[in-house]
Design a protein around this ligand. Sequence first.
Ligand SMILES: [Zn+2]
Ligand SMILES: [Zn+2]
Length: 301
Amino acid sequence: MIMDREKRLAAHIKARPHLRDIFEFQHRIEEIWNSSSPDDFLPVVCLSEPDVRQRMKEGTPLIDRPLFSKISLTNSESQMRRILTVMKTGGGEREVLASKMASYLRGSGRGEAWFIRSILAHDDGFLDRVSQETEVPGPLLLHLLRMSLRISFERLHETLRTVLRNLDWDYPLCPVCGAAPSIGQTISPDERRYFCYFCSFSWLAHPPEGCPSCGLIDPDRVNLLYKHPEENQGILACEGCFSYLKVVDQRYAEEDLDSDFQEILGIHLDLAAMEMGFHPLGQPPGRAEIIVRPGIDSPKF
Ligand SMILES: [Zn+2]
Ligand SMILES: [Zn+2]
């Protein structure tokens, strides 16, 4: 499995030299994942069947974020430290930002676990304050966080996939963590697989006609736009609410979609969408780092 991924990464690097730096960085992050252990996130989810059913019905994700203040984050902490080290040795802007972040953590005297916990369990204003103080952009801080939590979330997903099997969830937000999907994969005319921006969970949904965010059905204003006609990915953009979702059409392709690689392959689409004035689905303009907190925020689609 790991070898397959390595081969696919190498093939992407060869085929797309302009993305080489980003794919190589991804490769080094994956080396950290492959040599680390996950933390146990199960205690932040209530697994009682009536509770799960109720949540699925109401559109409330399974994670109770305040509970992150009560669990051990030792492994995630050491992964964040290792990721910062990789960033610091890479040169360029990445190195500058990682140094700023590392010296902020040293200066705070509290370390990575405190940083992770403060974002997940408490208040989103914390991320803004750190971003202002360190001059590291909020979306990059959140990217650092999601890379540090990835393998722990994946382990949690293994359990939750069984729990969530056969339950309907057609909301355009992640049933596990509540974040918005960053990619929609067309499976058939009435089935779409969404990939969560934050925890990487993926789920099948029956998308509504038109805009998944505001529900507008107007073929003149809700459109699938392709930057290059030969690409199998584009953006589903809505001129009603100005949100967009990257959509990959793999109805005829054999290959499973890998959301990490697809994110990199779709960077030009994000840039194009934002240039045209659209913002990512589920995220208010200028606040790409917001994650809906179950039980604290009301979900905004
Ligand atoms: Zn998620
Ligand atoms: Zn819309």
